[in-house]
Design a protein around this ligand. Sequence first.
Ligand code: SF4
Length: 362
Amino acid sequence: MVFFKTPVIKTYYRPTDRNNQVANDYTENKEAGLCSEKIRALGLCSGGLDSILSALVLRDQGIEVEWIAFETPFFKSDKARNAARMTGIPLTVQNITPIFLKMLKNPNCGYGKHMNPCLDCHALMFRLAGELMRKKGFHFLFSGEVMGQRPMSQTRSSLRYVEKHSGMEGYILRPLSAKKLDETFVEKQNWVNRHCLLDISGRSRKPQIEMAKQYGIKDYPASSGGCLLTDKIYCMRLKDLFDHQQNIRERDLELLRFGRHFRSKNNTKLIVGRTQKDNENILNYYDSDKDIKVQVTSYPGPVLIIPDSPKSGDIQLAAAICAGYSKAPPDKSAEVLAITPDRREMIKVLPIAPSVVKHLLI
Ligand code: SF4
């Protein structure tokens, strides 16, 4: 495979006059002075090697590239921020939790192995990126997707689905696989030089690793991982949350990452820290105006919280479970402090052994 490192596009064209909203937006932006003659592209950035390479390939063509990364409690933008620092490519980070959650509850194409709605996730991200593209006068969008790399989201038909459902048909370029894919509107306009794009496909990472060497990129994260919607335990808890709670807040989703989670017969959620770090993380999301916090006072033990208003009887159960995970002797009453939004209460309970409440674990 040949990598072209310094191609230059000499001629840029306005989009043809066709019934295409995006082209019209581009023209309007141009007339409003938002677009210069310089071709500008906005990329979705995960922070992985493929994202980085796709941007560098375009930058080599003289295209001005920027990135956008989206954040929710399921995936963060840390890797994208690192990639931006490493390459100097400007990055916009946008939290999309409410709109993502709406899609996640009922994705058109369903879920992958767990609760990952990868096709609709990509379509949504490109749609939102398209809004920024129009607003800021970028010419097109790009991503580091490689055809055939992932069984569900990167097949030819998946890439087509994403284009169609994002409303950005023709305006999405995948520089690493472009030559394996149909020519896009972007290429037809000569905004990019198709000859200098790549023809990578499949699961092998060798071409990308070779390119990384050529670009002198040494530190890049592993190609997959990082999305909690592909994590079995997290998704079991998420499903339980969807089944029991109407209004879901961001912190409810964050809390799913920490501790042991129980669902009582009253349908109340109890979260018990597993380690000191867990306790700290749980307390970070503890809301003293709404939650109950329970902790054994006379022996070392975990923090337990009951998020939102509990039903009667739950505090006693919570105290006994909390004591069961503490160092309190199993056959003697333990003193437990329960802090509700309006009072502090000392309770004496007999610890419940973890094995006895195992069936309540989510
Ligand atoms: S793994 Fe997660 S972030 Fe990635 S496409 Fe799928 S749902 Fe979206």
